[in-house]
Design a protein around this ligand. Sequence first.
Ligand SMILES: *[C@@H]1O[C@H](CO)[C@@H](O)[C@H](O)[C@H]1NC(C)=O
Ligand SMILES: *[C@@H]1O[C@H](CO)[C@@H](O)[C@H](O)[C@H]1NC(C)=O
Length: 389
Amino acid sequence: MRGLVVLVTLACFATAQHQALIDYLERRLLAIEDRISLWHEQTTRYASELRELKQQMVSQLENLDKEKEILRTNLDGVGTRVDRVERELDYLETQNGAQPCVDVDDKLIEQQVTLVQEKQKAKYSKLSDCSDMISSVKAMKILKRVGGPKGMWTKDTSRVSAKVYIFNGTDEDTIHEFATVQDFTRSLGMSLSKTLRLPSSWRGTGHVVYNNHAYYINQADDIMVVKYDMKNSSVTDSAVFPVQDHVPVYGLTPETLMDLAVDEEGLWAIYATRQNERHISLAKMDANSLDIEQMWDTNCPRENAEAAFVICGTLYVVYNTKQPGRSRVQCVYDVNGMVTNEEAPLIYFPKRYGAHSSLKYNPQEQLLYAWDDGYQILYKLVMKKKLEI
Ligand SMILES: *[C@@H]1O[C@H](CO)[C@@H](O)[C@H](O)[C@H]1NC(C)=O
Ligand SMILES: *[C@@H]1O[C@H](CO)[C@@H](O)[C@H](O)[C@H]1NC(C)=O
């Protein structure tokens, strides 16, 4: 009897245990089902939310498209202004570059005046430590279009001065002076300029502004170089260029009988005479007295030449090329004999008109100021040492 009780108890115990397991499993299954339905709900909700979001995005994108369109029209409207500001910034940037040549020159002038005077009598290569030559043209900026097809524009090439001078035309007597490049680009035509009236007309585009003076070419029977003080508006000096039988120096720019240039070493005259008719001649001038210091007959032909400039005692002559819209430095003449034509860099200039009517180098900024069909253009130059060729 006692054994049966034990057995029943055991059986009950087993059944109870079994039942508990089933209950447990059922609870778990229910819980899992619950969770599955919850997931299902959530997924559906997510899906619909996603759909809504997508719709919102589509309509927002449409709005964005519309706004973009409006923005583009606005941008087109201010495009010219942005362009101008950019040009000015780019231009100002170029003004802050290092100027090793000029620094050396300044030191020379400060510390070694007597030495320089002695060296002037000696071989020309000893005159200055300036030995830069062009490596390439890094950038070009069209600043403005003002004036006629021919003319010249420049800053004072002897020092960092903000003023800009416009010599419009090839036979005029009125210089337009702008206080800054910004004024020049901002000005409607010449409206923001101050006018300086010269006592006589200039001929061609062969003038320079150097150390607060305008140097210009005036022609009667002889070629006259006139030095005009811009501070007190008076002619300081004038001198007949002591060479006879002049012919226009560049084949393609007949108005320019003689060209003047400034480089790190001072004032130069670029000219041609009937005696050496096929080639360009070069002379170093004393900017104070207008005396000729030395003269060279170069091997650079006049034919097809449109303009020239001097950098560190090297003459670069720019010629018309067979490719339309392009000119090229095709002949160099180094008074120090360090750069030959074979070593001359390949330098191209885009152009719109038949020829550049002037190309003026500014040693303070290492920029070329060009006048091409009434467009005032800046070319930014990259230099290298002559010896590094
Ligand atoms: C520039 O010069 C040209 C020709 O010499 C002349 O026709 C034109 O009126 C001048 N323009 C200005 C703005 O002085
Ligand atoms: C102008 O100034 C220069 C020096 O800067 C002087 O030599 C000249 O006599 C002055 N001319 C006049 C007319 O005042």
